[in-house]
Design a protein around this ligand. Sequence first.
Ligand code: GCB
Length: 604
Amino acid sequence: MKIVYLLLFTLLLQTVSAQTKLTQNINVRHTINLDGRWHYIIDRFETGFRGFQGATADEHGSLSGFFENRQQQQPGELVEYDFERSPTLVVPGDWNSQSDELLFYEGTIWYQRNFYVQPQQGKKYILRFGAVNYEAYVSVNGRRAGTHIGGFTPFEFDVTNLLKSGNNSVVIKVDNTRRKEAVPTDNFDWWNYGGITRDVVLAELPNNYIQDYKIQLAKGDLKTITGYVQMSDSAASQSIRINIPEAGLQTTVITDNSGKAWIHLPVKKLTYWQPENPKLYDAIIAAATDTVTDKIGFRTIEVSGKDILLNGKSIFLRGVCIHAEDPLIPGRPRNTSELQMLLHWAKELDCNFARLAHYPHDENMSRIADSIGLLLWEEVPVYWTIDWTNPDTYNNAQHQLAELITRDKNRASVIIWSIGNETPNNSDREKFMEGLADYVHATDSTRLVSAALLTSGSGNNTITVNDPLGNKLDVASFNEYYGWYTKEKPWEIGKFNFNIGYNKPVIISEVGAGAFGGLHADSTVRFSEEYQESFYKNQLPLISKIDGLRGMTPWILVDFRSPKRLNPTYQQYWNRKGLISETGQKKKAFYVLKHFYEEKAKQP
Ligand code: GCB
């Protein structure tokens, strides 16, 4: 019996790791961009979903239903769908913000587009989606390419054997139905934007290509760069050259019999990456058949007692939470300028840090953060009450973490992996979350692990945090809304003190209050800008009392849409806790926090 379990477990691990095979830095390769207008069909009743489950993944079986891009062949033939005469949606982009009838839509939408390619002999073709929310079933020329679960991480399929010379068709069934056992589960405080929300590319690669690499300073060691290069071909004794010309560093590494070569590169002199000077170096990785260049920053991040050390020096994280939403559309950001707008707003607040809540954001966020000097907290959507005892749910959560870490592990800006948000403390959840914490620690020792915890009460005017999960984390982070969700009003919260049960640095991962941008009134009036301003004026001295406070990310930079915010006067399906309104106007509280951060930045 035990052996059967072991076998099943090994099989499961293999499937999970097979799926996390992502080509590192694919966007700098020779790619055909498949963004643009895709035809779509709304299919609430799953009418077109046939053939996928029966077709094996390896054989790329032929599919029926809407996976075939069928046209009427003879007069009189009955074909009840037609992609080429169907309307179009812009990719990348959520569907909700592109048509009134799709604003609240949850279910299946089929996407299709043609593309032209002339596949070359001896090349590999990888079809890659930046993110599709939530479930994706992909076919190329009516044959199975693969499936993916999880709305915020990239995935790719080797489609070399599916392409033909000339016109090709790709069809993807996208389903954003909320489900109890999913990650996130069926209840969350943001818009369930569906669709192909990030870029789609077809990459042409050499047959044996540089599939993955990690090049970072070793944990707590400013003098050694470590990491690895993984070739797509698992042959041993392949020689790979790593060159960082500006730092005068180079080495040659040799693959083992899994096609992987380990890097250990002593450093003499480097300009370390930091928010005030986000120095990036060109790193060139060259194998016999393939070369890739990346821009990489070098920094260490560690905790020491209750302190956080960046490059060995104490740092206070002046942050803010950000949702992946451009309020001006409104909807998911569709290009890098929109991402830049969000991060530059954070810079304007005088932030050196941002929490990308509550799920992986576009990979260009960490690229931009690398280049403008912002540290990042990245997170997976293990949010509120997940189906803790369901092994598929656990694997799904761990898999999303694996994809995120695989994607962003070379970004100096990313210093914290967050394994979840406000997960209520009980033993099933503890097992689940401890599993994730152990997984991240084992996968990436060069960053910190955290989660946004809940407080456990405020008896005797003492806000207590004693969640056992805190013991597993490198940084004790928690959310608190005293003065908003409590009977105490902002001007009454000065009476509180904190009791935080860990000898660790503390980050307040959320604190905030709502304001309807442009509503001015007395500071006792809920949803006025003055109420929010008073909330911040009272919160900042309160949380400054925390021994070991090493950072904060107030909730939230910009108003965002949420189907749970139903007040018809002030909310109208918007969560109004933004420091910036949905029209891009800065509210009064923005300046309170900005002033606080400017003063903080002056302190050593
Ligand atoms: C929280 C959640 C966040 C919500 C926020 C709120 O604690 O973590 O997702 O949007 O509170 O506005 O209530």
